[in-house]
Structure formats: C-alpha cells, structure tokens
Write a protein that binds this ligand. Structure first.
Ligand SMILES: *Cc1c(COP(=O)(O)O)cnc(C)c1O
Length: 227
C-alpha cells in the first residue's frame, strides 16, 4: 500500500499531540513508525517528516524496504525489528537492524550476538499474560536479560504488546512492564501502539510503536498479523 507524504506529516502532528495530551514529552519519547504493509514511499514520507526510527515485523519486508532506492533528500533510517523473531531469519537482516525489540528467547539472542555482536536489544515481555502473545513471562525476564548480557548484547530495555480490546485493558500490563524495567535498571520501555498509546505514555513508555495512526489502515490480507 502506498501513502501520501503530506498526509503522513499531518498524521505525525496528530500523534505528537496525542502523546503530549497524555502527559508525555514528544521530544523525549521515541516514536517508532511502523511501516509494515506499506511500501518504500511510506518509509520516505516518515523520514521526510522527521521520524528516523522505523519498525518492521518481517525480515523479508524489512530487507526489501531497507534496500530499495531511497529518496535522496531523506536521512538514513534506524530500523527496529518488532515482529516474532525466527532464528533462521536473523542473519538476513542483521546488517540492517539497529534495535531488536522482540527478543524473548536466548537462542534468538545467541544468533543475534553471532551475526551482529554487541547489538542493541529489548526483551519482549508477555505483560498481559495472553497465551497467544509473544514474549517471555515477566518472572523470567531478569534471567533472560542476564543471559543476553553474557552474550555481549546491549540490553536497553523491555517491550510489550497490549492485549486486544479497549485501551484501558492494557494499563495493568504496561504498569507491570514499567515496574519490571525499573527493578532491572533498564531505561527503555517500548509499549503503546495506535490504539493504546495514551495509556502507554501515562504508564511511562519511553518508546511507542505507531503504524496506522501515521499511514492509515493496513490491508488485512498483507498486514496486521505478525504480532
Ligand atoms: C503492527 C505493530 C505495531 C503498530 O500497530 P498500529 O496499531 O498500526 O499502530 C506496533 N507494534 C507491533 C509489535 C506491531 O506488530
């Protein structure tokens, strides 16, 4: 799907306003623009609007967009991998990814450490307790953080995906993620998407991952899965 650059710039202003209205500092909270299911034009539009942190869920899609010819006027993006991580896909994007947000197994961490020594990672925590969601149970996060550090990785923080349902349903899990990050001495808390970013900001997100509020709804056949 493609998207108009001026629409993205206008949507970005709205998202920054939502962050501010929720009590967050839009200059201090990292906005990761999730370009999944959109084409390279969306990437260029986000970059032109001033967002350099971009998120993708699938290795092949990230690679295609990262390696597509870029508009010459835009800065280089910082790619965040935010989808379910398959060990055999790590190699294909290791040279492109600046932050691995969805690490929930030491095996995947070992592959990242082998392909991109010292890489920046977040540990994905299943803070809502929904069985179908990715992420390690909160009580196991500390030992995974230690194991990843032992592999030489730069563990910057924790990441969580809110549950389906009304935004308020995400609050207990986000509050838990914040406490857990504090207990572990980790500065980054990546939580909040289009639907629940206000709740996430109020509960102390340092990073939000926003797709549809910036680029519009995704085609359900090609996007929206992969959480
Ligand atoms: C798709 C996705 C997002 C963005 O979702 P929107 O609802 O479009 O903002 C954020 N985080 C993850 C992990 C995703 O898979």
């Amino acid at each position: 799907m493609t998207v108009a650059a001026d629409a993205v710039a206008a949507n970005l202003a709205v998202v920054r306003g939502r962050i501010a209205d929720a009590g967050g500092d839009p200059g201090a909270i990292t906005l990761v623009a999730v370009t999944k299911a959109f084409d390279r034009a969306a990437v260029d539009a986000a970059l032109a609007a001033g967002v350099v942190d971009l998120g993708e869920n699938y290795a092949q899609e990230l690679r295609a967009k990262a390696e597509a010819p870029a508009a010459t006027t835009v800065p280089a993006p910082r790619w965040h991998f935010i989808g379910r991580l398959q060990r055999n896909k790590v190699r294909t994007v290791a040279h492109l990814v600046a932050c691995w947000q969805s690490v929930d197994r030491v095996e995947v961490g070992a592959e990242i450490a082998a392909r991109a020594p010292g890489a920046r990672v977040l540990v994905q925590v299943n803070a809502s307790g929904e069985p179908a969601k990715g992420g390690i149970p909160p009580e196991e996060a500390g030992s995974l953080v230690t194991a990843l550090r032992d592999l030489g990785l730069d563990v910057a923080g924790l990441m969580a995906i809110g549950p389906a349902g009304p935004p308020e349903a995400a609050r207990p899990g986000f509050a838990r993620l914040r406490r857990l990050a504090d207990d572990l001495g980790l500065p980054e808390r990546s939580m909040g998407m289009t639907a629940d970013l206000e709740v996430a900001v109020a509960e102390g997100a340092t990073m939000v991952r926003v797709g549809s509020a910036l680029f519009g709804p995704r085609d359900p056949r090609t996007g929206g899965a992969g959480m």
